[in-house]
Design a binder for this molecule. Structure first.
Ligand code: ADP
Ligand code: MG
Length: 213
């Protein structure tokens, strides 16, 4: 699969194409070229690719294309292993959504929970967060996931290594069965395959090796 695709050929909206251009992305990375059409078609996806292959936009673009900007409920949730990643992923989604009216929030431990609660109350459509803090918000009733359309487990192997499996399963239980589920991981050990089997429906596998870059 070495054909070069363009962002235009992925049938993205004008606002996203404009943002991608402003970010200096000339063409989609292999994981983006493969995953974006599958995700726009509504399939669950297991994405395997090394760090630095552009996974954030691979799920960020479909999230932004699919959510309804007029609807003020959390429609997409990205779970990341660390606060740094939560911030980084939220920033990238904000840049990709610059020309769309979308509210994105990062929630993580070590930052005032009241500030995050205030932001959640004002209405957020995309939440990116670490497992512990997400669960705090769910238990306080400040994060409601019943209208969630897309759930992303980012760096799933790292989250399992860090012992977040119970938190992740508790979060998934708060989401509707009808959600689209995405699992991204650099490696696919047995535990990740089990997690995917349990929570993804008929997933498409999108795997890209670093040599394809
Ligand atoms: P991963 O999650 O796979 O580790 P990221 O999504 O963080 O990778 O992307 C790594 C870097 O590449 C980021 O700085 C991102 O902005 C940049 N990037 C992503 N997609 C493209 C693209 N299509 N063209 C150029 N740079 C890109
Ligand atoms: Mg990443």
């Amino acid at each position: 699969m070495l054909e070069t695709k363009t962002f235009e050929s992925l049938q993205l909206s004008r606002r996203i194409l404009q943002a991608v251009k402003e970010m200096g992305f000339e063409e989609p990375t292999p994981i983006q070229a493969e995953a974006i059409p599958v995700l726009l078609n509504g399939h669950d996806v297991i994405g395997q690719a090394q760090t630095g292959t552009g996974k954030t936009a691979a799920f960020g673009i479909p999230i932004l294309e699919k959510l309804n900007p007029r609807y003020r409920a959390v429609q997409a949730l990205v779970i990341t292993p660390t606060r740094e990643l939560a911030i980084q992923v939220a920033e990238e989604i904000m840049k990709l959504g610059k020309f769309k009216d979308v509210r994105t929030l990062a929630v993580y431990g070590g930052q005032s929970i009241d500030r995050q609660i205030g932001a959640l109350k004002r209405g957020v459509q995309v939440v990116v967060g670490t497992p512990g803090r997400l669960l705090d918000h769910i238990n306080r009733g400040t994060l409601r996931l019943q209208h969630l359309k897309m759930l992303v487990l980012d760096e799933a192997d790292e989250m399992l290594d860090m012992g977040f499996i119970d938190d992740i399963e508790a979060i998934i239980k708060e989401t509707p069965e009808t959600r689209q589920t995405l699992l991204f991981s650099a490696t696919m050990p047995h535990e990740i395959q089990q997690l995917a089997r349990k929570y993804l429906k008929n997933p498409r596998l999108v795997a890209v090796s670093k040599d394809e870059l």
